[in-house]
Design a protein around this ligand. Structure first.
Ligand code: PLP
Length: 444
């Protein structure tokens, strides 16, 4: 099949330079295991789990069968004023996997919706406990929390924000980014240790500026994924938890990328031993095959919302999506979570992540323009010096070159990330990292 068998004129691609894409389209038509097949019959190794989604690899029979069975049983039914058996089953499994008393699951369809849902829960919860004045949100520079207006407001990626200023949430502030390119440019399987305390700024400048009593929630990605796999300094998340507790501020972990195994544990919350008040999730919860996202909330949030004086027929939380808890998506989640468990895939992610990190550091360090490498969990990133005047171009060219040579990697600014499915083998890692190394050399 040639690419011009497709009419590419109608589909406006998301987060894609469309003008360039139309000159050189990349179209996938099949997938299996670790590989994607292009329209012209080439095999491309999926080095980023298809945008951090496909933890168990592609085309898993168990998940496919569960979806087909669900379609033949209950295809869809409203999720307002009723629900379905699969939604309760999926919620139960997610709550059982989540740490502490993170037990109440609100479903939606994507990570962006999960973030907006979590922000709304925070406002509604504080209002329910008589603190409606708590309406300031604090995110972090270069944080990615999806593309809803809430998500881009607390998010800190300038390009995602710059055209939408007037429509952003008004009372939002951002903590400084967590990157130390001097002492911690190369990090391999451990927490970066900082000389200074990056949270002093929150304690001494941001919170006093807004007054902590006005702050509803702090939201962070435990590891900054979309920006290019930036790791939290040692003790950062624990201290963030303590600061939030001290001031009655909710702590939200956006685990859309880190959730369901990427760190070698169910969630990054487990990896770092810190229980947030809410955790957002999406992507790997269904192995990417059905759109499903959600927020897991601590019991106290739900309990507070139920403690209302309103009559029993009145809705407690005016929020939800037509497809919140869609039975087919939830069937996919149930089958996916069973599969992860049966094959110990989270543990495998941790083990193969070490192999990936070793390959990154031993192969890429010292190559032309390489200025940093960060490896933790089942993901590694290599940071390149930008071409003067055209930031992002070097990594974009390398990404295209890798694709032509059969490896799908992810550019993020001038960082290239590999985050393979947890079923990855050593030979796949050698191919991925080897292709990346050759390409970095070619683009010196
Ligand atoms: C941390 C984080 N939050 C939210 C999102 C948004 O998810 P979605 O694209 O499903 O809306 C993403 C997507 O990559 C993400 O990485």
């Amino acid at each position: 099949m040639a690419y011009n068998d497709f009419d590419t004129g109608n589909h406006w691609l998301p987060f894609t330079p469309n003008r360039h894409f139309r000159k050189e389209p990349r179209v996938f038509v099949r997938a299996d295991g670790m590989h994607l097949t292009t329209h012209d019959g080439r095999q491309v190794i999926d080095g980023i789990s298809s945008l951090w989604c496909v933890g168990a690899g592609h085309n898993r029979r168990e998940i496919n069968e569960a979806i087909k069975t669900q379609l033949d049983t209950l295809d869809y039914a409203t999720t307002f004023q009723a629900s379905n058996d699969r939604a309760f089953e999926a919620a139960g499994m997610i709550a059982a996997l989540a740490p502490g008393d993170l037990n109440k699951v609100l479903f939606c369809n994507s990570g962006s919706e999960a973030v907006d849902t979590a922000l709304k829960v925070a406002l509604a919860y504080h209002r329910a406990r008589g603190e409606g004045h708590r309406n300031v949100f604090i995110g972090r520079e270069r944080g990615y929390h999806g593309v809803g207006f809430g998500g881009i407001s607390v998010g800190g990626i300038p390009a995602n924000r710059k055209a939408f200023g007037v429509a952003m949430l008004p009372r939002v502030d951002h903590m400084r980014f967590i990157h130390d390119p001097v002492d911690n440019a190369y990090i391999h399987g451990k927490d970066p240790v900082w000389k200074e305390d990056p949270l002093l700024e929150l304690e001494q400048r941001i919170l006093p500026l807004h007054d902590p009593s006005n702050v509803a929630a702090v939201i962070v990605e435990p590891v900054a994924g979309s920006a290019g796999w930036y790791l939290p300094p040692q003790g950062y998340l624990k201290r963030l938890r303590e600061i939030c507790d001290k001031h009655g501020i909710l702590l939200i972990f956006d685990e859309v990328i880190t959730g369901f195994g990427r760190m070698g544990t169910p969630f990054a919350a487990d990896f770092y031993g810190v229980v947030p008040d809410m955790m957002t999730f999406a992507k790997c919860v269904t192995n990417g095959v059905q759109p499903l996202g959600g927020v897991v909330c601590r019991d106290k949030l739900y309990d507070q919302m139920m403690k209302t004086d309103a009559p029993e027929h009145v809705v407690e939380f005016f929020h939800g999506y037509t497809y919140s808890g869609h039975p087919v998506a939830c069937a996919a989640a149930v089958a996916t979570l069973q599969l992860y468990q049966q094959h110990n895939l989270f543990q495998r992610a941790g083990e193969m992540g070490k192999v990936l990190g070793d390959a990154f550091h031993s192969t890429l360090k010292g190559l032309p323009n390489v200025i940093g490498i960060r490896s933790l969990g089942c993901a590694s990133a290599v940071e390149l010096a930008p071409i003067a005047g055209t930031p992002g171009k070097r990594a974009y060219d390398i990404f295209l070159d890798c694709f032509k040579r059969g490896a799908w990697v992810r550019p993020a600014g001038d960082v290239l990330v590999i985050a393979p499915p947890y079923i990855v083998e050593k030979s796949h890692i050698e191919q991925l990292v080897g292709t990346l190394a050759e390409s970095i050399r070619r683009h010196a």
